[in-house]
Design a protein around this ligand. Structure first.
Ligand SMILES: C[S@@+](CC[C@H](N)C(=O)[O-])C[C@H]1O[C@@H](n2cnc3c(N)ncnc32)[C@H](O)[C@@H]1O
Length: 323
């Protein structure tokens, strides 16, 4: 079914309020990270997240929806929202690029085989610690018997939850709602709904780093400022070391950059003011500074760690997240 005509006649079909699952979990998301909104419609979720600073790619198969969203995005001068008119079943998903993937009322419009393929692809390609947010229809929906599984998806009880085995299920409910009617179906009707928010767990989670945030940390310096990397022969512009008795995913100790000290060190005790969370790699790094330099800016952190972090994609985390 194409939404083109309906969207053309109703420039604000679903309203401006973002979907409730985003509102419930937005404080758990890593700030400024990458969002993929599949079946974005006229973009109520995409616009909301872009205004909050996330980098959003919003896709929909309706060229009218995409045109309307682009116009809204230009009016709001949002430079972090990109739109594409494409069929979600054919979208080529880049590995580890997205920390949040949102499918709000999309899958009911896709054949069951393609929905299952898309879900497997999302599970595989979502970034470590990333969130997937799905609202879809269940076999409790009165429409389910009338529709062909080649063109529509209705999930059996608990089916969606089982598909995300191995993920941390943050929210899962199945319920029936009464829809009072909307422009393309004005009479009141019922829907069987399933809601899922799941987080891709890694055997070593970002939680293991977050506990250091704003704490005093002791670091043994392995690469003092001015020393050379043993293999790659670059010079360390800052002191770099590890926190003894900890374990990172590579089975080594957790690494830390010492910033705000301009002489070579052997050991250092300071405050962990930030975590560099690598979004395309399992490893993360602590940023440790002297007590009187806790107001170091994100830009200073980026500039001082660029010599090594330039090879990775990352975001800087400064506040505790509820993960
Ligand atoms: C019920 S609307 C939901 C829109 C939006 N997510 C929201 O909650 O406001 C479903 C959307 O999915 C889009 N859609 C349907 N099939 C699609 C497909 N195969 N690929 C991409 N988008 C699709 C429709 O054009 C429509 O905009």
């Amino acid at each position: 079914m194409s939404y083109n005509k309906t969207y053309q006649n109703n420039p604000n079909l679903w309203g401006n309020k973002p979907n409730n699952l985003l509102l419930m979990f937005e404080n758990d998301f890593i700030p400024n990270s990458n969002v993929l909104d599949l079946g974005c419609g006229q973009g109520r979720d995409a616009l909301y997240l872009a205004k909050k600073g996330f980098n959003v790619l919003a896709i929909d198969s309706s060229n009218i929806a995409i045109k309307q969203l682009l116009e809204k995005s230009e009016q709001e001068q949002l430079t972090n929202l990109t739109v594409e008119c494409v069929d979600a079943s054919n979208f080529s998903l880049q590995s580890n690029k997205y920390q949040i993937i949102n499918l709000h009322n999309l899958l009911q419009f896709i054949g069951k085989d393609n929905s299952l393929k898309l879900i497997n692809n999302i599970k595989d390609k979502l970034s470590p610690d990333g969130f997937v947010i799905i609202k879809a229809f269940t076999t409790n929906d009165p429409e389910s018997l009338k529709n062909n599984p080649k063109t529509h998806t209705f999930f059996e009880p608990n089916e969606l939850k089982k598909l995300f085995d191995g993920f941390k299920i943050k929210h899962y409910i199945e319920h029936t709602i009464k829809d009072i009617g909307h422009t393309n179906k004005p009479e009141p009707h019922y829907h069987g709904i399933v809601e899922l928010v799941a987080q891709k767990t890694t055997y070593f989670s970002i939680n293991d780093y977050l506990k250091f945030l704003n704490q005093t940390v002791n670091v043994k310096i392995e690469r003092p400022l001015g020393s050379f990397h043993p293999k790659h022969n670059f010079k360390y512009p800052v002191n770099y070391g590890f926190v003894p008795n900890t374990k990172a995913p590579d089975n080594e100790e957790i690494d830390a950059y010492i910033l705000g000290v301009d002489k070579p060190l052997e050991e250092f005790t300071g405050i962990c003011v930030a975590i560099i969370h690598r979004t395309n790699d399992n490893d993360n790094k602590l940023i440790v500074v002297p007590n009187n330099q806790v107001d170091i800016s994100d830009q200073e952190i980026k500039d001082n760690t660029h010599f090594q972090e330039q090879y990775f994609e990352s975001v800087i985390i400064r506040e505790k997240l509820n993960v």
